[in-house]
Ligand binder design. Structure first.
Ligand code: ADP
Ligand code: MG
Length: 146
């Protein structure tokens, strides 16, 4: 998925942000890692919920606030990580994320900045921005735009 220009869209509702997540999910392969950035309430978990639904995950999808991540059985194994609590901890245990990442698993990572070197090159980087009210800008960079 590398090499393309970033794609940007404005959503006017949580449903529209879920649909944007579902559209990205359709292009993902096992082993892909997607970084999802943006401030609190920007819609990261909403975007991931739409992606997980499209990957066949049923039941509640909520942000993994008290653990680093959750694993789900979709049509492929899926992981949803939220590394907010890692921020500033510094010392990185290389095994910290290995329960969630793997060659079969599609993983979505909120607050990826906190992972430092623990995450390899992403399949895509998603940035969500508040535009006021229910409007959000969703920018997707295939390959992460490293
Ligand atoms: P984050 O994970 O970035 O902290 P959440 O997805 O948990 O954000 O929360 C986003 C909040 O903003 C939700 O309450 C959601 O209903 C609301 N919201 C309003 N408009 C939108 C939109 N266009 N896209 C996503 N979320 C929206
Ligand atoms: Mg969240």
């Amino acid at each position: 998925m590398g090499g393309q220009a970033p794609q940007s869209a404005v959503t006017e509702s949580p449903d529209a942000t879920e649909r944007a997540g579902a559209q990205l999910a359709a292009r993902l392969r096992p082993g892909d890692v997607v970084l999802v950035q943006g401030e609190l309430g920007a819609g990261k978990s909403t975007f991931v919920r739409g992606a997980l639904r499209a990957l066949g995950v049923e039941g509640p999808v909520t942000s993994p606030t008290f653990t680093l991540g959750r694993r789900y059985a979709g049509r492929v194994p899926v992981a949803h990580l939220d590394l907010y609590r890692l921020a500033g901890l510094g010392g990185e245990d290389p095994g910290l994320l290995e329960d969630y990442l793997g060659p079969d698993t599609v993983a979505f990572v909120e607050w990826p900045e906190a992972a430092g070197e623990l995450l390899g090159p992403p399949a895509a980087r998603v940035v969500l921005e508040h535009l006021g009210g229910d409007r959000r800008r969703v920018t997707i960079q295939a390959g992460g735009g490293a």
